[in-house]
Design a protein around this ligand. Structure first.
Ligand code: GLA
Length: 406
């Protein structure tokens, strides 16, 4: 190979390696939007940081706090972005220092246009300056939205690449979350454009499923995306996820219980604990970023049981970084299978129907050719799986097993 050829191969390898270092497994943390909307303050962030470091969420792997829209206070006379002085009187640097002192990382939000989705100052035309400002504050993650921006792909790719490049030259490692809701198939270009994760759907609402079946994914912006709607988009995208680049099916609505606010809009009247358990199960099987959005300063026992499930988090964070695939679909039954680094396999069985039922299947029909020792990650019981399986599963329930070949 010619010298220039070798140089480019090395450059490409270095680029890929850098992307993997930034998000080798799907990012996990707390996102402020669904609970606080644009009323978020530094006081809230400190409370969240205190809660997460004291209640075990940080220890379970949720190590980011992502500040969403509403923190901005415009620009100063040098055009530097500033936080709203009423909501963030101590400034972002002091807040970053506080969050870091608790062992957590801090994410922030902006948009590739003049205004954000909630109408606040955004970053178009100020990418380099804003990236440097975020880096100087100590920010570790940027969610970059796409409201108020043109529809075409080319402009989106250009604007996202511009900010990715600005972050790369900011002097700090900042993970880049692309949020254009899947409208321009970001799974095809987001990683090349410098993103480590990309939203794949309209905003998720606190509900199981859109009442009106969407003719195409874009309809969900109007009808409101539920857990099943987003699942159905994500199961088609498994091949695009890998260490360093993840499909992002949006926040966990676990524990919101129909709260008013963004997740309560468009029919988001709340889910049952079984449905929340399903969301956590399916998000982990699909190697999704895990962004909690309920009130982490005051969670009930059911919510904690769902969010702290170590066996499931291990499946989500498995270093092989494979997004599970939908391997079986018949009537209301759906099976997602995710290979794991140590040779084990994670299997999720979802009852999409509105009635409890009995699922009977030959293991081979789910692509499982061996006999296995199976651990139910919810009940923690183990059993033997040989050739076939019969299970009782509640309406909207997902059972998850970690299989070890016998
Ligand atoms: C968009 C995003 C949401 C949230 C809001 C903030 O709707 O998709 O996740 O960030 O903007 O305004």
């Amino acid at each position: 190979m010619k010298k220039t050829g070798i140089f480019f191969v090395l450059l490409l390898a270095a680029g890929l390696l850098q992307a993997q270092e930034k998000a080798p497994t799907p990012p996990m943390g707390y996102m402020t939007w669904n609970f606080y909307a644009d009323k978020i303050t530094e006081h809230d962030i400190r409370d969240i940081a205190d809660a997460m470091s004291a209640n075990g969420l940080l220890q379970a792997g949720f190590n980011y706090i992502f500040i969403d829209d509403g923190w901005q206070g415009g620009r100063d006379n040098k055009n530097n972005m500033i936080p709203d002085p009423k909501k963030f009187p101590s400034g972002m640097k002091a807040l970053c220092d506080y969050v870091h002192s608790k062992g957590l990382k801090l994410g922030i939000y902006s948009d590739a246009a003049q205004l954000t989705c909630a109408g606040y100052t955004a970053s178009l035309g100020f990418e380099d300056q804003d990236a440097k400002t975020f880096a100087a504050w100590g920010i570790d993650y940027l969610k970059y939205d796409y409201c108020d921006a043109p529809d075409d792909w080319q402009t989106a790719i250009q604007r996202y690449s511009k900010m990715a490049n600005a972050l790369a030259h900011s002097g700090r490692d900042i993970v880049f979350g692309i949020c254009e809701w899947g409208n321009r198939s970001p799974w095809l270009w987001a990683k090349k454009s410098g993103g480590q994760l990309w939203r794949i759907s309209a905003d998720i609402r606190d509900k199981w499923q859109s009442k009106v079946a969407p003719k195409e994914p874009n309809d969900l912006h109007r009808t409101g995306a539920g857990i099943l709607d987003v699942l159905d988009i994500n199961t088609k995208l498994s091949t695009y996820a890998a260490p360093g680049g993840w499909n992002d099916p949006d926040m966990l609505v676990v524990g919101l219980y129909g709260r008013k606010g963004p997740s309560g809009d468009l029919g988001g009247t709340g889910c049952t604990d079984i449905e929340y358990q399903s969301q956590m199960s399916l998000w982990c099987l699909l190697a999704s970023p895990l962004m909690i959005s309920c009130d982490v300063t005051n969670m009930n026992e059911a919510t904690k049981k769902i969010l702290y499930n170590k066996d499931l988090i291990d499946i989500d964070q498995d270093p092989l970084g494979v997004q599970g695939e939908s391997k079986f679909r018949k009537d209301n039954w759906q099976v997602v299978v995710k290979p794991l680094a140590n040779g084990d396999v994670a299997v999720g069985i979802l009852n999409r129907g509105d009635q409890p039922g009995t699922f009977s299947v030959a293991l081979a029909d789910m692509g499982l050719p061996f006999a296995y020792q199976a651990k139910d990650v919810w009940s923690k019981q183990t059993s033997s799986w040989n050739k076939a399986l019969t299970l009782k599963i509640d309406a909207h329930e997902t059972k998850v097993y970690r299989l070890h070949k016998k």
